[in-house]
Design a protein around this ligand. Structure first.
Ligand code: GCO
Ligand code: MG
Length: 412
């Protein structure tokens, strides 16, 4: 079980993905996701130049030791690039351990705590009829929980509104494979918090009236509000009984959430841009959130996320792992194995990859009746088809950004 090959594979079937592929001297192959949307090549360089040389000759079975070596040994800690690179190594080593043991990774993590993972999909539309159609289309696809993002009168383009039809052949289900749009420069969108705060409750009222009280509904504020604005939104959405309100503030200022908490009982989900358990320390200990939003890919891999979720469990905080299309099928599989094993699973985001991506990454997970399951293949259950990956070279792509009416840059 000595690592004798470490390759970094970049492919862009529907969007850019970075995959680390490790091979041991006895021929076991493990893969890990290192995709950092819009900054992919920084992680490629980190892995190729600084990590791969350290992996060659190392014992693939010592997952925890490798994690500590890469984290502490670098001296420079945390941050999305470092933690995505460590996550990829960690995932690949769990994949190898599972294959060597002949077991799916969730078995190595303690076995299944449930039969399947409730997953939510992304409904969106500029106006109500489009939103209703999108919700219905998701229900027909089996989704039992749905995130709702809406256009705002007066704003031309905002986060979360699907801009391209999915290549699933079903034009009524629209997915945005690319918030990171291919091109030499990021696209500019516009924002007005007061218009948003006025409009959102009217949309959730209409959705509740149309779909009834049962359907779990989620919404993503995408870091755009001040604590006071977030408190106002969380309060105004209370009558519509949200499953969660996500990223209501830019949560690097952790104590800001106290204000939101004091005003509202709307559940809060935070953390897709966090990288370590330390980013969550205060908001978990003070019980300022209800769901951990991290992606396995961006938070140090399965080993670190397991610790984070065990810490969260002490405070009755559950998982709501990040699962947009910029987490590759390998990162999604890692989230599914971890989610199946931990007791404090909450919900899994499932945005669904496009056909080309599914050809590059052969997967064994199952999806039906609102639930995901990672499958029972040894390891993570994902195989990278290198020939297929080679058909889609990297293309520069950036996330969009916001400017206010007066030209000020605002959180996207
Ligand atoms: C989500 C996220 C994504 C991010 C994207 C950025 O809740 O799924 O907010 O849509 O914007 O992952 O790369
Ligand atoms: Mg989000």
């Amino acid at each position: 079980m000595i690592i004798d090959k470490a390759e970094v594979i970049v492919t862009s079937p529907d969007r850019n993905f970075v995959t680390l592929r490790l091979t041991t001297d006895d021929g076991v192959v493990g893969i890990g996701d290192a995709t950092l949307n819009g900054r992919e090549l920084a992680v490629v360089a980190y892995l190729k130049e600084h990590v791969a040389p350290l992996l060659l000759g190392a014992d693939a079975s010592r997952i925890e030791d490798m994690w500590q070596f890469l984290y502490r040994g670098a001296y420079w800690r945390r941050g999305p690039v470092t933690m995505a690179a460590i996550a990829a190594v960690d995932m690949a080593l769990w994949d190898i351990k599972g294959k060597a043991a002949g077991m799916p990774v969730y078995q190595l993590l303690g076995g299944a705590s449930r039969d399947g993972l409730m997953a939510y999909g992304h409904a969106s539309g500029k106006e109500l009829p489009e939103i209703f159609d999108s919700i219905r289309a998701h229900q027909e696809k089996g989704f039992k929980s749905i995130r709702v993002q809406t256009g705002v009168p007066g704003l031309k383009a905002i986060y979360g509104i699907a801009s391209q039809a999915a290549d699933t052949g079903d034009a009524s289900v629209r997915y945005d494979h690319e918030p990171a749009r291919r091109g030499a420069k990021p696209t500019q969108e516009d924002w007005d918090t007061r218009a948003y705060l006025r409009h959102i409750p009217t949309v959730f009222e209409a959705v509740r009236n149309e779909f009834g009280p049962e359907l779990p509904l989620l919404h993503d504020g995408h870091h755009r509000m001040t604590p006071l604005q977030a408190a106002k939104l969380a309060t105004s959405l209370e009558p519509y009984d949200l499953f969660w309100l996500e990223d209501c503030t830019p949560a690097e200022n952790q104590e800001a959430l106290r204000l939101v908490r004091q005003h509202s009982t709307t559940p809060l989900a935070i953390g897709e841009i966090f990288n370590t358990v330390w980013d969550y320390k205060q908001i978990i200990q003070e019980q300022l959130i209800d769901y951990v939003r991290s992606a396995v890919t961006h938070t140090g891999g399965i080993s670190h996320m397991k610790k984070l979720m065990d810490f969260a469990a002490l405070y009755q905080i559950k998982s709501g792992f990040h699962g947009p299309t910029d987490v590759s099928p390998v990162g999604m599989a890692a989230a599914m194995h971890l989610g199946l094993a931990i007791h404090n699973f909450g919900i899994q985001e499932y945005m669904q990859h496009g056909e080309r991506t599914n050809q590059v990454f052969r997967q064994t997970f199952t999806w039906g009746d609102g639930y995901l399951h990672p499958g029972d293949e040894p390891g993570l259950g994902v195989t990278l088809d290198v020939d297929e990956a080679g058909k889609y070279p990297y293309e520069q792509a950036y996330l969009p950004f916001n400017r206010l009416a007066d030209g000020t840059v605002h959180d996207w």
